[in-house]
Design a protein around this ligand. Structure first.
Ligand SMILES: Nc1ncnc2c1ncn2[C@@H]1O[C@H](COP(=O)(O)OP(=O)(O)OP(=O)(O)O)[C@@H](O)[C@H]1O
Length: 298
C-alpha cells in the first residue's frame, strides 16, 4: 500500500472542511486532487504529510504511520512558494535538503540539471519569476528520489513550454515507479497525466477513474448525411445527427470501421472533429449539477 487515508475529519472552528475522507493508492500512478478554491485540498495534503493534525482519522504512508518522521526519506511534499526564502539561492535550498537527508552534491546537481534550473541555481530566490520558483520547488521535491510525491499545484504559473516540460517529467517519474498525488485547477493538464481523480466537494470525496468517464466523440461532416446515417445504422453503429453532422462515440465503434462504411457507400467526408469529454465536463457535472445526495463516499 502506497497511501491509505481513513476517515479523516478536519474543522477550522465551525467550518467542517473534511468530513470523513477515505481513499487508498495501491499502485504507482498519478492521481489528481481536484476541487474549487477553499474545498480543502491543501488541508488534506497537509494532513497526509503530518504538517497539520487531523481531528480524527488515520493516514498510513508506505506502510508507516504518517507521524513517523522517517517517511520524509521516501516521500516529498511540494507546497506553494511561500516556503522559499528570498535571500537564499536555489542551491542553498537544495543543499539544505541534501544535508538533512545525507544526499550527495552530485545528486543535487543532477536534479538541478534534470529540472532545468542549473542556469539560475546560484541566484537568490527574490530574483526568481513565479515559474522559476515552481521549478525550484519541483527540484526540492524530486531530489531525494521519493516513492511518493505530494504536489500542491505544481503547474501553477508555468508558461506552455514549462508546463509541457513538467508534464513530461511527471510522466517519466511515474514510469520510474514514483506515485504522484497532485492538486491542480488545470483540468486539461490533468487529462493528460492522471489516471484517477479525487474530487473534493463539501468535505466529501468522489473518486473516479479517467477511463470510466472520459469519452471521445467523433463529429463527421459528409456530403450525404441521411445516406450516411442509414448505412451506419444498418451496420449497427449508433449514430446521432446534430446540426447536420454525424456524432459517434469511440466507445461504440472504431473510427476505421466508420470510414470504411462511408467509403463503401461513396460518401464524401468534408471534415472530422474529435472531441474529448474529460475532467472538465466531469467537474462541471459534479460541481454545478450534482445534488448533495448524489455524492458517493469512497
Ligand atoms: N489555518 C486555517 N485557519 C482557519 N481556516 C483555514 C485555515 N486553513 C484553511 N482554512 C479554511 O479551510 C478551507 C479549505 O482551505 P484549503 O486551503 O485547504 O483549500 P484549497 O482547496 O487548497 O484551496 P485553493 O484551491 O484555493 O488552494 C478554506 O475555507 C479556508 O479558508
Amino acid at each position: 500500500m502506497i497511501l491509505s487515508v481513513k476517515d479523516v475529519y478536519k474543522s477550522y472552528g465551525k467550518e467542517h472542511v473534511l468530513r470523513g475522507i477515505t481513499f487508498e493508492i495501491e499502485e504507482p500512478q498519478i492521481i489528481a486532487l481536484v476541487g474549487p478554491n477553499g474545498s480543502g485540498k491543501s488541508t488534506l495534503m497537509n494532513i497526509i504529510t503530518n504538517l497539520l493534525p487531523a481531528d480524527k482519522g488515520k493516514v498510513t504512508v508506505l506502510g508507516k504511520n504518517n507521524r513517523d518522521p522517517n517517511i520524509f526519506r521516501e516521500i516529498s511534499f511540494m507546497q506553494d512558494n511561500t516556503v522559499l526564502y528570498d535571500y537564499l539561492t536555489g542551491y542553498d535550498h537544495l543543499q539544505f535538503i541534501c544535508d538533512v537527508q545525507g544526499l550527495s552534491k552530485k545528486q543535487l546537481l543532477a536534479t538541478a540539471d534534470r529540472i532545468g534550473i542549473t542556469s539560475y541555481l546560484n541566484k537568490k530566490v527574490k530574483n526568481y519569476s513565479l515559474g522559476m520558483k515552481q521549478h525550484l520547488l519541483l527540484a526540492m521535491a524530486v531530489v531525494n528520489k521519493p516513492k511518493l510525491m505530494i504536489l500542491d499545484e505544481p503547474l501553477n504559473g508555468l508558461d506552455p513550454t514549462s508546463a509541457i516540460r513538467v508534464r513530461e517529467l511527471l510522466l517519466a517519474l511515474r514510469d520510474e515507479g514514483t506515485t504522484i498525488l497532485l492538486s491542480s485547477h488545470n483540468l486539461a493538464e490533468i487529462d493528460r497525466v492522471t489516471s484517477s481523480i479525487l474530487f473534493l466537494k463539501k468535505g466529501n470525496l468522489i473518486q473516479e477513474n479517467m477511463e470510466e468517464f472520459e469519452q471521445v466523440r467523433y463529429q463527421i461532416a459528409v456530403d450525404k448525411t441521411e445516406k450516411a446515417e442509414k448505412a451506419l445504422i444498418a451496420a449497427s453503429i449508433p449514430v446521432e445527427v446534430v446540426d447536420g453532422r454525424l456524432h459517434i462515440y469511440r466507445r461504440d465503434v472504431g473510427l476505421d470501421k466508420v470510414l470504411h462504411i462511408l467509403n463503401r457507400e461513396y460518401i464524401v467526408i468534408d471534415d472530422i472533429e474529435k472531441k474529448v469529454f474529460g475532467s472538465e465536463e466531469r467537474y462541471r457535472k459534479i460541481f454545478t449539477e450534482a445534488k448533495a445526495d448524489e455524492l458517493v463516499q469512497v
